[in-house]
Design a protein around this ligand. Structure first.
Ligand code: 5GP
Length: 227
């Protein structure tokens, strides 16, 4: 019998698009799927658990890890540094395990480059940029200028959608979850036909045109849109 193939399920989205909720549910319902705990120089937010949400480290520790090759990828995101431990990736691939990575587009593109056979990339989209702005406001964890920065970043991230294999629009959390689960099962290689069809409907080819509409919204002159 051949060893099971390791799977890297790489999920990105602009902040506020519902990625964390969707990823947590996928891990809860599929306990074999492990979460890659990133390293970050960002300070913990209230309620975040060190060693579970992130490994929170200082600048010096991060620099040392980066210089010694401890990261499969690392990037500056929203003014802080975030990195994926190479050990997490190696262990998953060697053991044929499944790991979920919550990384930005830079991390996703680097993981795809390095592990093209194992990486499946999923981008979670908000239904519109104004919906995203509203969600960030309601969440209330960031000050107004940080929200503006995150909206500008969202537009930049959307410009990288073509790097992803699948695009999921989170306008309904249950439907978006069903699509994410379908993509996971297909990537794992044991999806029945109807699930495979559901995943195919989220492919870049099928969903790409939707992103063009979102990008147009981001191009409107200041004052008529959230950017
Ligand atoms: P937050 O600070 O809101 O938890 O995350 C900010 C952004 O950093 C998110 O887009 C998240 O996906 C990204 N991120 C988290 N961990 C990593 C990582 O290890 N590498 C990269 N490239 N991005 C990460």
């Amino acid at each position: 019998m051949t060893a099971p193939r390791g799977l890297l399920l790489v999920v990105s989205s602009p902040s506020g698009a519902g990625k964390t909720t969707l990823c947590r549910r996928l891990i809860r319902e599929h306990p074999e799927l492990r979460f890659s705990i990133s390293y970050t120089t960002r300070p913990p937010r209230p309620g975040e658990v060190p060693g579970a949400d992130y490994h929170f480290v200082d600048e010096e520790t991060f620099s040392h890890m980066a210089a010694s090759g401890a990261f499969a990828e690392w990037a500056h995101v929203h003014g802080h540094r975030y990195g994926t431990a190479i050990a997490t990736v190696r262990q998953a691939l060697e053991a044929g395990g499944q790991v979920l990575f919550d990384v930005d587009y830079q991390g996703a593109e680097r993981l795809k480059e390095q592990f093209p056979e194992a990486a499946t990339l999923v981008f979670i989209l908000p239904p519109s940029l104004s919906a995203l702005q509203e969600r960030l406001r309601r969440r209330g964890t960031e000050p107004a200028e940080v929200i503006q920065q995150r909206l500008r970043n969202a537009y930049q991230e959307l410009c990288h959608h073509a790097s992803y294999h699948y695009l999921i629009v989170n306008d309904d959390i249950d439907r978006a979850y069903g699509e994410l689960e379908a993509v996971y099962l297909v990537a794992r290689g044991d999806a029945p036909v109807h699930i495979a069809e559901r995943a195919r409907a989220c492919s870049l080819a099928a969903r790409g045109p939707l992103v063009q509409i979102l990008l147009k919204e981001g191009e409107r002159p200041h004052g008529t849109d959230p950017l």
